[in-house]
Design a protein around this ligand. Structure first.
Ligand code: ADP
Length: 156
């Protein structure tokens, strides 16, 4: 099976609430490989591109203010079925409805301040990765747990 890549942004509320380590740990322990990671402050151009489909929504201005209120952590993760796996770990959009055990379900109370962005499979995760990372900021390397994370037939 083919490895997929997906984008995660750890949002300003997670940074302010000292949850960066907790959130990174959840992806790491699950078995996702971190292939890119950096701190970045999102400017208006990037936010319009990233949340463009919400440009005519009443919450768009507030969402942009929130997302640029502090830097965010951008992470590129890879793994077999990584796109859907990361969405499961993150949980439903609204923290107050998200399942316990998910990041949003365990730490979030809000619809907007929901700690993490994770690429939607229908919105081209590869495009999102390119939006935040230059080629030289993404890394290929072998991890020694690979053979134990997946069964033989899944690895091929
Ligand atoms: P998800 O992040 O779960 O894929 P969406 O793509 O629907 O969710 O929305 C993108 C982000 O916009 C959400 O994570 C949230 O921060 C914000 N958002 C969505 N809907 C609202 C809303 N009605 N009011 C305020 N913020 C919202």
């Amino acid at each position: 099976m083919k490895e997929e890549r997906t984008l995660v942004l750890i949002k300003p509320d997670a940074l302010q609430r000292n949850l960066l380590g907790e959130i990174v740990t959840r992806f790491e322990r699950k078995g996702l490989k971190i292939i890119g990671m950096k701190m970045v402050r999102l400017d208006d151009v990037l936010l319009k591109e990233h949340y463009g489909k919400y440009a005519d929504k009443p919450f768009f201005a507030g969402l942009k203010r929130f997302m640029s209120s502090s830097p965010v952590i951008a992470m590129a993760l890879s793994g077999i079925k990584a796109v859907s796996t990361v969405r499961y770990i993150v949980g439903q959009t609204r923290g107050y409805e998200a399942d316990p055990g998910t990041i949003r379900g365990d730490f979030g109370m809000s619809q907007q301040a929901n700690l993490v962005h994770a690429s939607d499979p229908s919105e081209s995760p590869e495009e999102e990765i390119k939006r935040f990372f230059k080629r030289e900021e993404l890394f290929e390397y072998k991890k020694i747990d690979f053979e134990f994370l997946y069964a033989e037939d899944e690895r091929n």
